[in-house]
Design a protein around this ligand. Structure first.
Ligand SMILES: C[S@@+](CC[C@H](N)C(=O)[O-])C[C@H]1O[C@@H](n2cnc3c(N)ncnc32)[C@H](O)[C@@H]1O
Ligand SMILES: [Zn+2]
Length: 379
């Protein structure tokens, strides 16, 4: 009788998963984490060592891959569930690092991050693959990132972040959130807005490098900067969505006025404060692709690379996305082919691109009336 192997392989890692939470489908987020860590090192090739905190490590797959594929020389892997600790320790033995270069713990993330602050311990990459909303530990998480390092954050509180539980959204995000078709992007921008406000509160700035979702988990990687960039505060704003005509508009909080009344005469619903800056740093995403292409030992699957390619074709600007279903509703009948609509808008001098965040969505700086007119011609 043969017994089924219990181990799992991903990238260069071979490990036991144990009975706890694990999703093979989240692989792109782990592939991207490895590439981001390599990117940090590529920014300053003379640096000695690179440190990672995997704060919600589960079986430890991220921590292991950061060490094996990302070149991490210091790895702190933590999961609040004490029953995961022996598995975490066993899996990370494959790194061949000795304490304190590798450490495993079973603390709540709040306790762990508070300890890091007391010890003035900082990392180049802090990966928090969290359940729910990250509000409670966000300032401490930012404190744990070295200047120029990356906070790689996940949340799964879709109901609040997409406006389906508005009172919870207010408690967790300090924001008004109204349901609308471009809900994944809305959730990512609210999360980035939350990160920006927490960073500014500490005197820091942020540079979003990567934002994506598959509708269940909302993931952002931001570089933490010593100070906010000039004008960074302009990037926090509100967004209006008109259920009547489908138009999206937005405005910086510093300039807020007259956002509720839509040009069609109806009242729009408002969401925010949220991040109105880029969602991706396209140049960095291209560098991640080049890093992956330049290595013999690949980390990312072709699905991850396709996602990276899609994201790098859309920086997230202008910050209001629209849904072709809204356009179809305005036109009556089916939607126009997206590519010919975008081409028409570009020919008329507007910026127009498909959204990298969600299928069937696009962004343009053309007024909505113009989008509808060109949509009619594109059919
Ligand atoms: C999404 S899973 C992690 C999956 C893992 N990073 C991976 O890629 O397979 C979230 C983990 O966070 C742990 N967790 C939940 N609340 C926590 C807290 N407050 N502090 C630290 N860990 C926590 C859970 O035990 C769970 O293993
Ligand atoms: Zn309207």
């Amino acid at each position: 009788m043969t017994t089924e192997p219990t181990h799992y392989c991903e990238g260069q890692a071979r490990l036991e998963l144990g009975p706890g939470f694990f999703r093979p489908e989240s692989r792109p987020s782990r592939d991207f984490g490895v590439l981001l860590l390599r990117w940090i090192q590529a920014q300053s090739p003379d640096r000695v060592g690179v440190g990672v905190l995997d704060g919600m490590a589960g079986c430890g797959i991220r921590a292991l891959r950061y060490g094996l594929e990302g070149g991490a020389t210091e790895v702190l892997a933590n999961d609040a569930d004490p029953e995961r600790l022996p598995l975490l320790q066993a899996n990370l033995a494959a790194l061949g690092l000795q304490p304190p270069a590798v450490e495993c713990s079973a603390l709540t993330i709040e306790k762990l991050l508070a300890t890091c602050l007391l010890q003035e311990r900082r990392f180049d990459l802090v990966d928090l693959d969290a359940f729910g909303a990250p509000t409670a530990f966000l300032p401490l998480a930012l404190e744990a990132v070295r200047f120029g390092g990356i906070l790689y954050l996940a949340s799964t509180d879709g109901r609040s972040f997409t406006g389906h539980d508005r009172t919870a959204a207010l408690r967790r995000l300090g924001a008004a959130v109204r349901a609308q078709p471009c809900s994944w992007e809305l959730a990512l921008r609210l999360q980035l807005g939350l990160i920006a406000r927490a960073a500014w509160g500490l005197g820091r700035g942020i540079r979003p490098l990567l934002s994506f979702s598959e509708g269940r988990t909302f993931r952002c990687a931001v570089q933490v900067l010593r100070h906010p960039a000039v004008g960074e505060e302009q990037l926090l704003g509100m967004q209006a969505y008109c259920h009547h005509c489908g138009s999206h508009r937005g405005m910086a909080l510093l300039k807020i006025r007259d956002l509720v009344r839509c040009s069609c005469g109806q009242e729009a619903v408002l969401s925010g404060p949220l991040w109105r800056g880029p969602l991706q740093d396209v140049k960095v995403l291209q560098q991640l692709q080049a890093l992956e292409a330049g290595t013999a030992r690949t980390s990312a699957t072709s699905a991850s690379l396709r996602l990276l390619q899609r994201l790098s074709a859309d920086d997230g600007l202008p910050p209001e996305a629209s849904d072709v279903a809204d356009l179809a509703r305005q036109l009556g009948g089916g939607p126009p082919p997206l590519e010919s609509l975008l081409q028409r808008l570009r020919q008329r001098g507007w910026r127009a691109q498909a959204s990298g965040i969600a299928p069937g969505q696009f962004r343009s700086n053309a007024p909505w009336d113009e989008v509808v007119r060109e949509g009619a011609k594109a059919r």
